[in-house]
Write a protein that binds this ligand. Structure first.
Ligand SMILES: Nc1nc2c(c(=O)[nH]1)N[C@@H](CN(C=O)c1ccc(C(=O)N[C@@H](CCC(=O)O)C(=O)O)cc1)CN2
Ligand SMILES: NCC(=O)N[C@@H]1O[C@H](COP(=O)([O-])[O-])[C@@H](O)[C@H]1O
Length: 216
């Protein structure tokens, strides 16, 4: 692992995006290694994925702490024990405190199942279907204090077909997630991706100029 970036992944569930990142690291499509996986929920399949990959993993349950702030303080201690260069949220379903965000700002990524700024928050697939949208998608962004409001790095679009259930759309979105999240993680590991103010910078240029921000 010498010289490669150290990545800690936070999960709350199945971990298919975690698996995509693990696989990309193993295939040397990411100049990094996942050195730790932390879940706020026990017995999720994402922890099994980490175990199967020989990656250190642990549970830090938010239910064990009196407040969001105290949980986040302990989560920081857990994460920092791995000495990460990058912290990746991969289906991590907790709103993070300003203190946590400030501790990792600029090296904290999230993947969100919508074309931000549309549909911040939860239940995005059903909301898009209910709105009669014909296009949906996924966004990878830097995490800021504003929930799902951080600078967008890369997006991918998918069609919504008549008769789609939320599960159909989620599966279509997942395919794109597993494609673009490893790309973005590798950009960071290659020292090509930074955050300046509320803007993502790739190869020294604001992403809007590079055109990546709205990749099909
Ligand atoms: N400060 C920030 N925290 C988080 C961000 C962010 O951009 N800024 N991204 C989210 C990820 N996320 C959507 O992509 C998200 C996760 C969780 C929630 C939410 O409402 N969580 C509830 C609990 C829900 C549950 O347990 O099922 C809560 O924390 O009370 C909304 C959006 C990660 N955090
Ligand atoms: N608001 C955050 C959010 O909804 N994130 C979404 O959770 C799923 C996790 O799947 P996974 O556990 O299989 O990677 C992903 O679809 C991700 O976009």
């Amino acid at each position: 692992m010498s010289g490669k970036k150290r990545i800690v992944v936070l999960i709350s569930g199945s971990g298919s995006n975690l698996q995509a990142i693990i696989d990309a690291c193993k295939a040397e499509k990411i100049d990094g290694d996942v050195v730790g996986v932390i879940s706020n929920i026990a017995d999720v399949f994402g922890l099994t994925r980490a175990e199967n990959a020989g990656i250190a993993n642990e549970v830090l349950s938010h239910k064990e702490f009196a407040s969001r702030e105290i949980y986040d303080q302990n989560l920081i201690k857990c994460i920092d024990a791995y000495q990460p260069d990058l912290v990746v949220l991969a289906g991590f379903m907790r709103i993070l405190t300003p203190q946590f965000v400030q501790h990792y700002v600029g090296r904290l990524l999230n993947i969100h199942p919508s074309l931000l700024p549309k549909y911040q928050g939860l239940n995005t697939h059903q909301r898009a279907i209910d709105a009669g949208d014909k296009t949906h998608g996924v966004s990878v962004h830097f995490v800021t204090e504003e929930l799902d409001g951080g600078p967008v790095i890369l997006q991918a679009k998918v069609p919504i077909f008549d008769g789609d259930e939320a599960s159909d759309l989620a599966a279509r979105v997942h395919e794109q997630e597993h494609r673009i999240y490893p790309l973005v993680v590798n950009w960071f590991c290659q020292n090509r991706l930074t955050m300046s103010g509320n803007c993502a910078i790739l190869d020294g240029k604001p992403l809007a100029e590079n055109g990546y921000a709205n990749e099909e």
